[in-house]
Design a protein around this ligand. Structure first.
Ligand SMILES: C[S@@+](CC[C@H](N)C(=O)[O-])C[C@H]1O[C@@H](n2cnc3c(N)ncnc32)[C@H](O)[C@@H]1O
Length: 281
């Protein structure tokens, strides 16, 4: 297996962060429901075709892709995270039209021209060399096949990122700045940069829309705080700061308080903004 690129991300997704996505699989899927609808609303499904889900994680969107393309179709999910893929394989072991590949989408040698529909929900922002990755993905697509994906818009427009990070920083002092375009959730937040990457990878008909949406959950503030301690930018800052137990528990209390403040009629709501991207091979 070729892991000469993306070594940092491979480690990341095979370690605690990947485990946390497995632990919170069900709740994360519920939280991302509105965004998933925006993604699949933009996919033109071709019946009886081959679909690919990049950075498929635990496979929930891979199943949705199969449902969209219909039962005579075959779909594959590709991911570098063993914990996430083993969860995916457990969930869908009896669905013969779904299979999973453990490999790096940037370098994996796909069958050329094989896929008619390619999607991703937040699985394409982690490449060390995005142009190389998207060239590789385009080669796997049949002529005129469509790629549709969602990625996060800027940090400031995503409260699910900014509120927990600000909460952690209020205890620890300023946290490390993000490097523009570095592999990570915000790598594709600038629309012009995404266009440039897809153009360089020779995609055509590139269409990118910034859409405001929200992440809504009926979890309790305590459950919400627990998730934010493990997933997202607050969790990352906590990991990097290596804080003692008592400071962690004060930060947890602050997360709970933030969630309580955002809770209305039993629902906690975070403003979110995504880029919905379509391009043709
Ligand atoms: C934010 S998670 C999203 C998972 C899934 N798409 C979802 O929405 O539930 C990002 C996923 O991309 C995967 N990933 C990161 N870099 C990758 C690469 N180079 N090739 C394949 N998968 C990758 C990670 O392992 C992880 O499962």
């Amino acid at each position: 297996m070729d892991y000469d690129d993306n070594e940092g991300q491979r480690k990341f997704w095979n370690d605690k962060p990947g485990q946390s996505w497995v632990t919170y699989d069900g709740v994360m899927n519920l939280r991302l429901e509105k965004i998933t609808d925006l993604l699949f609303g933009a996919v033109d499904g071709i019946p009886a075709s081959n679909g690919l889900d990049i950075g498929c994680g635990t496979g929930s969107t891979t199943l949705k892709l199969l449902e969209l393309l219909g039962e005579d179709s075959k779909v594959k999910g590709i991911d570098i995270s063993e914990p996430m893929l083993s969860k995916a394989r457990k969930k869908f072991h009896d669905t013969t039209s779904i299979s999973f590949i453990k490999a790096d989408a940037q370098t994996f040698q796909f069958l050329p021209g094989y896929f008619e529909t390619v999607i991703s929900r937040f699985g394409i922002m982690f490449f060390d060399n995005p142009v190389k990755a998207f060239r590789n993905i385009r080669r796997a697509m049949s002529p005129s096949a469509d790629l549709t994906f969602v990625c996060w818009a800027s940090f400031e427009k995503n409260e699910f990122f900014s509120l927990p990070l600000e909460a952690v920083a209020s205890f620890t002092g300023p946290v490390k700045d993000f490097e523009a375009h570095a592999p990570g959730p915000l790598a594709f937040s600038e629309i012009d940069y995404v266009k440039q990457v897809l153009n360089s990878a020779e995609f055509s008909n590139i269409d990118i829309k910034e859409l405001e949406t929200s992440i809504v959950t009926n979890d309790t503030p305590e459950e919400d705080a627990e998730i934010l301690m493990n997933i997202g930018f607050g969790a990352r800052a906590l990991r990097e700061a290596e804080l003692d137990k008592s400071l962690r528990s004060r930060i947890y209390e602050k997360f709970v308080k933030n969630s309580q403040d955002r809770c209305l009629d039993g629902l906690i709501r975070y403003g979110a903004t995504i880029n919905l991207v379509k391009a043709r091979a």
